[in-house]
Ligand binder design. Sequence first.
Ligand SMILES: [Zn+2]
Length: 423
Amino acid sequence: MADLTANNIKLEQCRICGSKDLTNYLDLGSLPLANGFVKSPSEEEPRFPLEVLYCGNCGLSQLGLVVDPKILFSYYPYRSSISRTFQNHCSEMAEVAKQYFPNPKDTLVVDIASNDGCLLNEFKKKGFKVLGVDPAKNIAKIANERGIETLCEFWGPETAGKITKRGKAKIITATNVFAHVHDVNGFVANAKKALAEDGMLIFEFHYAGDLIGKTEFDTIYHEHLSYFLLRPLTFLFGKHGMRIFDARIFPVHGGALRIYAVNKGNPLEDKDSVKELLEFEKNNGLDRIETYYRFRENVEKIKRDFSRLMRKFRKEGKLVAGFGAAAKGNTLLNYCGINRDFIKFIVDETPEKQGLLYAGTKIPVKGFEAIREMKPDYIIIFPWNFSKEIISKVGQVKEFREKNGKYVIPIPEVRIVSGVEEL
Ligand SMILES: [Zn+2]
């Protein structure tokens, strides 16, 4: 394991502002990587501490340890979300962008960490020129095959230089990647370099206001290095001569923050949304460490409640399954110490994951048909942000219905529901 830890970084100063005023407010223990899977129960996987620190200066929440990105991101065994909710969300983003850039055929859109091209495909449908950047070879290949030109590399100065040579981008998007970046200052500087003077950055990530306010601690995992509020971001973009002129919250992924940033001299005026969100953060105490200590107490309560429920089910001989073998469930289960003794299998519709074991807990991953075949009494919904979609689908399985199967939703508090009407 020694070679795996060689390039890890222990955080000593805030990655946005450089302050050393960092307070550890949540320690989830030593956990395996959330997107790691193993082939056999005896296979050991590396574990790394998972602690969150609060910067007393700019207010950024960030992990205390940065695991070498080459370990984390060089290979994903599955494709990005193919849910319709997510696709609609991408389409909406492209629609809004078109209002600012009404001549799409002359507008190059670059998506950083473009994955299989899901977002860019929506821009392409509206006539934009598109270019993806993604370091995962298998994923970049899929994108290129579907007609979304994709450079297979990490986002850095070289890539920014290549784009500049082709003609600068008018729009650079980054969805669900920025929180995974250690050098956020370098990331923004390179985006600015590849961006036309009148261009626009559109970044999106999980919003830490919801993380804290709704106890979404299962969105904390090693890949997710920063937990952004608007306040630290205004500081960050300001450092690079840029300005966030619009900030919007979306329910997708359990609360996403999308920011629109332009160069400071851009004539676009700030929208009220920016001021309103900054006020919201202040009014909710997100600039005070006490709020984060309260969050920790809520997390500990979920751990107690969830573990108690799982022990009860086991005692009663109930068959318990999970749904969605992704990062969220991994953090929840490993933090709560719930393994295959409690949960017999996890359903995941990504074929590449089926037949593997979930990291740490060694719970087998099975296809959707396992619900019909095994008839669980309870299904824990790990991607709680898609509860409605999942329950609607699972509810159609006759065998599960006949058994009066129920669902457990762990976040923001542990509860049992029978159907979508109880959500
Ligand atoms: Zn800071």
